[in-house]
Design a protein around this ligand. Structure first.
Ligand SMILES: [Zn+2]
Length: 320
């Protein structure tokens, strides 16, 4: 009788273990949704296999014009943590949070950053020199908004990592030590990369450090690494430029005498390619600004983005 009871108890324990082990494991993983691929990569570096991660805007996606699907809404409603960039980058996020009845913790990754202001879409053709002209500054007072692309400076990226690690730790205190430790190792990698890029760009003669890009996403990068990014005048990632704006841009390129022209992975390359041909400049390659490539692609991590962009920029600037 005792042996039978012991056997039954063993079977019960074994059965319970089978029934609850996978469920228990799944429940332990913090559900995290990041608004776009760069934040998702940072969250993956920090959260490792202790989080279940989804990115709303996917690889090569344009967060400026993103339209969430019902599946995105479901993911947000089930998430414990929602990581966003902030600074007006995700214009669609508040509506998505409301419609998904998001009750979790929102982490604004850029919270610790001092934001730069954007040149407005029409002002930069007149005053892209540091400080800008008096008229640009006056205009800026009226039109300027925070520039959301703060992750394009690795030192800001380190602040993002701190903020994300803190957010994950608050949402899942049992794993706080794990998150903070991984964040610290990751930040060391970012700091080493930052130092290397600084010295590499410093070795390029200052007069050559000028490039033209299709959308104005590199102000932070330019300030951090001493490069003048001349945004294609009147070209916004949200609208196609008019023939008049294109003609103005070609004049601008010729006047500025810049050979280094770049397209971006999340906007159509055709326009910049055509402009390059018409202006006698060549397209120096693709820069990654607002999205990573799919896993296994040329730029599938935040650090890989800097490696890729730095190599492309150095090659392009060498032709200036
Ligand atoms: Zn952008």
């Amino acid at each position: 009788m005792d042996r039978l009871r012991a056997l039954a108890a063993l079977l019960l324990i074994f059965g319970l273990a089978l029934a609850f082990a996978p469920l228990g494991q799944a429940q332990q993983r913090l559900k995290v949704v990041a608004s776009f691929s760069i934040l998702a990569d940072m969250a993956r570096e920090i959260g490792g296999d202790r989080i279940e991660l989804r990115s709303l805007v996917g690889a090569n996606g344009n967060a400026h014009v993103f339209q969430p699907t019902p599946a995105d809404g479901r993911a947000v409603s089930e998430a414990s943590v929602l990581i966003v960039n902030g600074l007006g980058f995700e214009g669609w996020i508040e509506r998505l949070q409301r419609s998904a009845r998001f009750k979790g913790k929102i982490v604004v990754a850029s919270a610790g950053v001092s934001p730069a202001l954007t040149a407005d879409d029409h002002g930069h053709s007149h005053g892209h020199s540091p400080g800008g002209s008096a008229s640009t500054r006056k205009k800026a007072k009226v039109d300027s908004l925070p520039d959301p692309h703060a992750w394009q400076d690795l030192r800001n990226g380190m602040l993002y990592v701190d903020t994300i690690a803190r957010g994950l730790s608050e949402a899942d205190p049992a794993n706080a030590e794990f998150f903070v430790k991984r964040a610290s190792v990751y930040k060391q990698r970012l700091a080493a990369l930052d130092a290397r890029l600084r010295s590499e760009f410093a070795a390029v003669p200052q007069g050559k450090r000028r490039v033209i890009t299709s959308h104005d996403a590199f102000a932070y990068f330019g300030r951090a690494y001493g490069i003048e990014f001349i945004p294609a005048a009147g070209v916004s990632s949200e609208s196609e430029p008019t023939p008049r704006q294109i003609a103005a841009l070609i004049t601008q390129i010729k006047k500025e005498n810049v050979r280094a022209l770049f397209v971006e992975n999340m906007s159509s390359p055709k326009l910049v390619e055509q402009i390059g041909r018409d202006a006698g400049a060549s397209v120096g390659g693709t820069l990654y600004s607002d999205a990573l490539s799919p896993p296994g692609g040329p730029v599938d991590s935040y650090t890989g983005m800097f490696e890729h962009n730095a190599a492309a920029l150095k090659a392009g600037m060498a032709r200036n």
